[in-house]
Design a binder for this molecule. Structure first.
Ligand SMILES: Cc1cc2nc3c(=O)[nH]c(=O)nc-3n(C[C@H](O)[C@H](O)[C@H](O)COP(=O)(O)OP(=O)(O)OC[C@H]3O[C@@H](n4cnc5c(N)ncnc54)[C@H](O)[C@@H]3O)c2cc1C
Length: 337
């Protein structure tokens, strides 16, 4: 169809990465506005998840390429195959996650297809009058939100940070197709060979998967005070997040940074303690389900997006909160719900 949306998904450690479901959900919304279809492309050597799940969550067609050469991410192979699929299927819009691999191969695909690419979008929509893709992303250090269009070239391409959109709930009555693609052998014939993959354990903090994040900012004043946050996080079985100011001060490592130049998180509960709520911080946590802010300044911008605000000194509020939570957990027989 003329207006199809193609999502290039990701399989990591043999599992479909959550960003694939998030983008499929957004692609469904865009395709419904355009009266078109959603295709999801996956490249992998092994996938333990059911591909039908993508159909239940919004796709019309799942295209997959299964090949041992796809065991490790290789920029050239991904670029070759995705470009080939795009040329054959002529999608109107192409989306992928702004993950390290997405950020690497998608610009190369855009260059090969001679089209534009908007990286790191936080919003996508269809312009009613023109049917063009509206690609919104923070610009000028996050101080403005820029909406970008690609009026003259196709496809319209965008990368989106993980956790920006919510996956659709599973609807097992949805029907679709699963199609294996067999790209030409020559597309695997590249100059770079990946020999092995080694994880950097020092970056092994996954605040993006946590249901609860307790985050702190400059208001914590000195590194010794991080203990107040750690105690609350421990009681709530939460991950610890931080503002860039706290990370720049070296009070905690970069993997904990939430925001425009850090990670985007979308937990069920986000507690922001001593964080002013700069636009660049908010860009990384505004999709959290429930936001609690603790700040001694009643005018702090964080209160504008908080569901629940506590105006007070965090050194009084946090220990009291930790005490009460521990008490409640004790009362419920040790169950942390
Ligand atoms: C290009 C660019 C990218 C950026 N990326 C990011 C990013 O990814 N993440 C990010 O966070 N920032 C980012 N920033 C920086 C951002 O603009 C802010 O400077 C930063 O978020 C401020 O951090 P903060 O809220 O901890 O500090 P501050 O703005 O100094 O706020 C500290 C807050 O603590 C409160 N406070 C002080 N004492 C107490 C107390 N005892 N009890 C309760 N509250 C107290 C104060 O009222 C204040 O609101 C970026 C900036 C730029 C230009």
């Amino acid at each position: 169809m003329d207006f199809d949306v193609l999502v290039v998904g990701e399989v990591r450690n043999s599992k479909i990465h959550s960003v694939t479901y998030e983008l499929t959900s957004k692609a469904r919304e865009l395709a419904d506005k355009l009266g078109s279809e959603v295709e999801v492309l996956l490249l992998y050597s092994r996938c333990e998840d059911e591909l039908e799940d993508l159909i239940y969550r919004g796709a019309d067609r799942v295209l997959f390429v299964k090949n041992e050469e796809l065991k490790f991410f290789n920029q050239e192979i991904w670029t070759n195959i995705v470009t080939d699929v795009a040329l054959k299927r002529q999608p109107y819009i192409m989306l992928t996650g702004a993950t390290s691999s997405g950020r690497t191969f998608f610009p190369a695909v855009a260059a090969k297809l001679n089209t534009g690419l908007t990286a790191d979008c936080t919003g996508l929509d269809i312009e009613e009058e023109t049917n063009l893709l509206l690609q919104t992303r923070p610009a000028i250090g996050g101080n403005v939100m820029a909406t970008i269009k690609t009026p003259n070239h196709r496809p319209q391409m965008a990368t989106v940070r993980p956790r920006t959109f919510r996956p659709l709930p599973k609807d097992e009555s949805r029907k679709g197709e699963i199609v294996e693609l067999k790209p030409d052998e020559s597309l695997f014939n590249v100059r770079v060979k990946t020999l092995r993959f080694e994880r950097d354990e020092s970056q092994n903090v996954n605040i993006q998967d946590a249901d609860v994040v307790v985050a702190f900012g400059k208001g914590i004043k000195k590194p010794e005070n991080v203990k107040y946050i750690s105690e609350l996080a421990e009681a709530l079985k939460a991950a610890i997040g931080a503002s860039r100011a706290a990370v720049d001060a070296k009070w905690i490592g970069y993997p904990h940074q939430v925001g425009l130049s850090g990670k985007v998180v979308s937990p069920k509960l986000y507690i922001a303690a001593g964080i002013s709520g700069a636009v660049q911080h908010i860009a990384g946590m505004q999709t959290s389900e429930y936001i609690v802010a603790i700040n001694k300044d009643p005018e702090a911008p964080i209160f504008r997006i908080a569901n629940f605000g506590i105006v007070g000194d965090l050194f009084e509020v946090i220990p009291e909160l930790t005490k009460r939570i521990k008490l409640e957990i004790e009362k419920s027989g040790g169950k942390n719900k």
